[in-house]
Design a binder for this molecule. Structure first.
Ligand code: RB5
Length: 149
């Protein structure tokens, strides 16, 4: 039996409900879901949630990660400061598939004030069902990694 793939989810206060909906959906798809919150609707600071989730992916504890904030942008910026993280903001399934296939993205970010629940689920499905294609794309991803070093 192969181990379940593990995914971490986090957000700020702007996306708690959508994050919890997506966590339940992803669990139904068979993933081990680590939802690190927050659960309180109180205003909070997206960088700390983005970094905490990114560390789970960068350390190898989780295979992939999903982030949400109002726009998806701030939390993505924070996550991308963690070495080894490649996170893109997506508002459409095509981009979500492409960031896996071409950019080997290990995190996806979305804006809860930008897209609705139905579209967010389609974006997540596209992201999770795509694989990195390697080849010429690996050369380019290696160039991104070299910038970090
Ligand atoms: C919070 O009001 C908002 O700034 C945050 O959720 C996000 O959109 C930042 O990028």
């Amino acid at each position: 039996m192969t181990a379940k793939k593990k995914i971490v989810l986090s957000s700020d206060h702007a996306a708690i409900e959508l994050r919890q909906t997506l966590a339940a959906h992803i669990a139904e798809l068979g993933w081990e879901v680590v939802d690190i919150g927050p659960t309180s609707p109180e205003s909070t600071h997206y960088p700390k949630h983005g970094e905490a989730a990114a560390q789970r992916v960068a350390s190898g504890d989780c295979d992939l990660g999903i982030l949400l904030c109002g726009t998806g942008q701030g939390i993505m910026m924070a996550a991308n400061k963690v070495k080894g993280i490649r996170c893109g903001v997506c508002s459409d399934p095509f981009s979500a598939r492409m960031i896996r296939q071409h950019n080997d993205a290990n995190m996806l970010s979305m804006g809860a004030r930008v897209i609705g629940e139905g579209l967010a689920i389609e974006i997540v499905d596209a992201f999770l069902s795509a694989d990195f294609e390697g080849g010429r794309h690996a050369t380019r991803v290696d160039m991104i990694k070299a910038i970090e070093d």
